[in-house]
Design a protein around this ligand. Sequence first.
Ligand code: GUN
Length: 299
Amino acid sequence: MPESTAQLIDGKVYAERLRASVAGQVAALKASNGLQPGLAVVLVGDDAASQIYVRSKGEQSLAAGMHSVTHRLPGDTTQAELERLVGELNVDPLIHGVLVQLPLPKPLDEKRVLALLNPDKDVDGLTVANAGRLASGLSALVPCTPMGCMILLRETVGDLAGKRAVVVGRSVLVGRPIAQLLLQADCTVTIAHSRTRDLPAVCREADILVAAVGRPRMIGADWIKPGAAVIDVGINRVPFDDPVKAAEGRTKVVGDVDFKAASQVAGWITPVPGGVGLMTVAVLLQNTVAAAKLQAGIA
Ligand code: GUN
């Protein structure tokens, strides 16, 4: 195979830059307004991946100088108990952002929990109010992973106006909000999904291809227009290619894009791990600062 032609989009670099900017904003808010942005993260149950994400959110918010509280609730927490906690956080003056880690264990109903969450504290951008504001082109708290993708695209591709963007996946957490953000950036946007006809041909039209389907290495080199920017949101656990390691039951994380093959064709590409995933928490911190300013009436 020839050497990779694509430029690697290193999420670590942009995430570090954003975290440094947030830490500066937090210090300035403390100095000028006596305001310390506060983030509350709620984790129900003991899902291994969620525990890692939640620990990272707590650590990074403290490192940025924020007030940070993590509520770890047992897996048998009732809907009423969870809703009571969200209700308390909604009115806690020290807390400006509330994040309920998803997925919730069964039989908890995440839609009912989100319906209770104060939209001004919805730093995940998952309430209907914030989704509606985003779709209406109004200022909103925007979901963190999609916003992280947009930062990476702006930093690498630059002006996105007029570009053809294809988003593969229509989830509430990623596909739909990133399509809205690309539209706001004046892209011509297609949302493709499991029922799209001739998905490879649709993807080949894309100057910007965002993969958010949760299917390991689904998108191959022949799905990609030469020179396109490829943003891989997938986080999929698969057995190691090495049969010895695979036989030991060892797994690794790969994206929705066949990275090695796609790198021969794309102009820019995010690795997995090391790409979009690193941006998510940094954007969460930025959203918490924005929420704190909103609640304090600071422009
Ligand atoms: N689980 C995986 N990603 C996310 C996220 O961005 N927010 C929440 N609340 N839960 C998640």
